[in-house]
Design a protein around this ligand. Structure first.
Ligand SMILES: [Fe+2]
Length: 215
């Protein structure tokens, strides 16, 4: 989002949909989204003030969505990852080719007491094509899966949508989240949460999102 006004507009929209707490996870993707502690944390403080002034009762926290690259590996190594809740770390993989060190990095994160969450498992071609069994290794290592709600409404592609449905049917989704880059995403989000699969997911008792408001 480009301005505090636009962010406030979207946060207000989410508040009116009934959300009480938002954890914003800006991309940390060197060379594409050059975010860090130094951009995210002051941004969080600024938005907290804006929310307070607006009078809406919305809790805001920030972490990040880490792109899996050598920088991410060094943040794991140095234990400088931004986390939310109980040491949760949200990370994403490249869309088209699976890095060889994924399992090693997951192991390392776990060893350091982090709880890794894979963002949008439904959107990677190398998991999508062979089917959900290809995600079994990560699942067995304790990686939690965060569905991107927009996938349910076919925002990305029909194949991604179908895979998202399969993952829900298979009870493999632990978290829900959404891209929210601008108003267009908010409209799509609003649409996606009407989806029957989203309702199924919310009533499954599986989701960990609500645990964050009880901490
Ligand atoms: Fe992502």
């Amino acid at each position: 989002m480009s301005t505090a006004d636009e962010s406030l507009d979207i946060l207000t929209g989410l508040y009116h949909l009934g959300y009480k707490k938002i954890i914003t996870t800006p991309h940390i993707y060197n060379g594409v989204y050059n975010n860090s502690y130094d951009t995210i944390l002051p941004g969080l403080e600024r938005m907290k003030t804006v929310i307070k002034q607006s009078g809406i009762k919305l809790e805001l926290e920030a972490a990040a969505e880490y792109y899996f690259d050598e920088y991410f590996l060094s943040y794991i190594e140095n234990e400088t990852l931004l986390t939310f809740g109980d040491r949760y770390v949200l990370f994403e993989l490249p869309a088209m080719s699976k890095p060889q060190q994924v399992e090693d990095a997951v192991f390392e994160m776990t060893l350091k007491g982090y709880k890794p969450i894979l963002a949008h498992p439904e959107r990677y071609s190398y998991y999508l094509e062979p089917g959900f069994e290809s995600l079994e290794k990560l699942k067995s290592m304790g990686v939690l899966f965060q569905l991107n709600v927009l996938s349910l409404a076919g925002f990305y592609s029909p194949k991604v949508q179908k895979f998202a449905h399969q993952l829900i049917k298979n009870n493999w989704i632990d978290w829900v989240g959404s891209d929210m880059h601008n108003h267009r995403y908010f409209e799509a989000f609003n649409n996606a949460i009407q989806n029957k699969y989203y309702e199924k997911l919310c009533s499954s008792g599986q989701l960990l999102n609500n645990t964050l408001t009880e901490l």
